[in-house]
Design a protein around this ligand. Structure first.
Ligand code: NAP
Ligand code: MN
Length: 265
């Protein structure tokens, strides 16, 4: 007999912890936070994103107690449905593409991670200078605060605040958006967001002389890396997905309407 294992990740608030108690009393699988098959993430999008990084191979059940819940497929009112789906392993799975990020340093170190929302490279103090390549073709020499590369599901997160486009969940794309790019007669970058095919590969090369800057950050979702001798950053898809469980599919347009256009009580 196959024993299914599950665990729970909760946002640190009363409402989420109450739900955790209910879940523990009603889910019949074995509790195991080392190698769970199912992870129940109770909270907001942040909680679900954290769960996906900690357990990238598990099926994630997102239950939203937060204000947005863009990733969560179950509301608190649907808690019994979620429990029934978990206990009977009776659910559908939405596969969300995640972006692979590979950082290469001058000393030859390579770091790999992935992003459900976005990868950013940011220098808050001094102007960042990056050569941007798409596949192996030179696009531009970018100067500014930073760049954001987002997935379709992440297009409504940081990307949206940067005036990037909201991307239909049926499209497989990556979107490159600037943060305060400098545009003058001396410096020029595209300025607008660019939406690229799933098959493209973005390469960002730090322009020589920039290594001296110490406060350069690379972020993948909520995780940040502070790299002193970064040489290049590669961003691409490699068929890796995060598996989100759902009971009833929610139309993309409804999700956008619910998240951004209906005022909350
Ligand atoms: P956070 O500060 O709690 O996240 C910022 C807000 O974005 C929260 O309201 C969060 O919802 C929401 N959110 C996250 N992913 C979303 C998505 N795919 N679509 C719509 N809204 C989404 O930080 P966090 O919880 O650790 O999340 C990390 C994320 O913060 C990053 O991936 C980045 O997208 C975002 N961020 C945004 C800005 C900005 O907009 N200026 C700056 C830095 C980081 P919940 O409340 O449900 O968690
Ligand atoms: Mn959050």
């Amino acid at each position: 007999m196959i024993v299914l294992k599950y665990c729970i990740i909760v946002r640190d608030n009363e409402k989420s912890k109450k739900i955790q108690e209910i879940l523990i009393s009603k889910i019949k699988h074995e509790y195991n936070d080392k190698t769970p098959d199912y992870v129940v993430a109770v909270g907001g999008d942040g909680t679900i994103i954290k769960a996906s990084h900690k357990y990238p191979n598990a099926v994630i059940f997102g239950i939203h107690t937060g204000h947005l819940g863009h990733y969560a497929n179950y509301s608190v009112d649907e808690l019994d449905i979620a429990i029934e789906n978990i206990n009977n392993s009776n659910f559908k799975v939405q596969k969300l593409d995640v972006l692979a990020a590979e950082f290469v340093t001058n000393s030859g170190n390579i770091v790999n991670d992935f992003a459900l929302n976005e990868v950013t490279i940011v220098s808050p103090l001094r102007t960042l200078i990056l050569d941007v390549f798409i596949d192996n073709d030179f696009l531009e020499r970018y100067r500014g605060t930073g760049l954001c590369i987002s997935t379709p599901s992440g297009s409504t997160a940081y990307n949206k605040s940067l005036h990037g486009s909201v991307i239909d969940s049926r499209l497989r794309t990556m979107q490159l958006t600037e943060m305060a790019g400098i545009n003058s007669t001396a410096y020029k970058s595209l300025g607008s967001p660019i939406v690229l095919s799933y098959e493209r590969r973005i390469k960002l090369d730090l322009v020589e002389g920039y290594e001296a800057i110490t406060d350069l950050f690379i972020t993948v979702d909520h995780i940040s890396y502070s790299l002193r001798d970064l040489k290049s950053l590669y961003i691409f898809y490699n068929n890796k997905t995060i598996n989100m469980a759902y009971n009833k599919p929610e139309e993309f347009v409804n999700r956008i309407n619910r998240s951004f256009l209906i005022s909350k009580e």
